[in-house]
Design a protein around this ligand. Structure first.
Ligand SMILES: [Zn+2]
Length: 179
């Protein structure tokens, strides 16, 4: 799973929590619309029309009015959450998660170790076998001091490099991609 997918998954989960009655089909359409959402100003979006999803206009406007989301695809009185509104809401959740991932700091270290036992570390551990008892290990931690243990004993100690969580996710992805 790419970093974008992980964060998007989280955004979808949050939107589902807010709209528990949303059907699978509704969510599928919302996801297809996500790339076509643009923020015009806070609480105002333009959503590209998609003929394949039944749209007749090239664009729809979605905005917040009196505490309710409105869309130009329907009479305001309906108050139904159409998939254009859904796409704007998903865009908001996704952006919020991306911003938090940018702000959240972690420490990252990579090392090559030899271990005939179980590899552990202070944080998230990713292990790639290199043959024999040799392993390439990636650790993402909330602590700067990173320790890698083999069979319960510290075999490697270092200071992790500071990174945003978003950057760390990209490093994890690259590390796992090289398996
Ligand atoms: Zn709409």
């Amino acid at each position: 799973m790419s970093m974008r997918d992980v964060l998007l998954d989280e955004a979808v989960k949050r939107l589902k929590e807010k709209l528990p009655y949303a059907t699978r089909n509704w969510m599928r359409k919302v996801l297809k619309r996500l790339d076509g959402v643009m923020e015009l100003e806070p609480d105002k979006y333009v959503v590209e029309g998609r003929p394949a999803l039944g749209d007749r206009r090239p664009a729809y406007y979605v905005w917040l009015e009196g505490g309710r989301w409105r869309c130009t695809c329907q009479p305001a009185v309906w108050g139904r959450v159409c998939t254009h509104i859904g796409a704007a809401l998903l865009h908001r959740e996704h952006r919020r998660i991306l911003q938090r991932a940018e702000r959240h700091r972690v420490y990252v270290a990579e090392a090559e170790v030899e271990c005939p036992g179980r590899i552990e570390a202070s944080g998230e551990v990713y292990v790639r076998p290199l043959g024999g008892w040799r392993y390439r290990v990636l650790v993402v931690s909330h602590l700067r001091e990173i320790k890698i243990k083999c069979g319960g004993y510290v075999i490697y100690e270092t200071e992790g490099e500071e990174a945003s969580y978003a950057a760390a996710l990209a490093i994890i992805q690259r590390f796992q991609g090289n398996t």
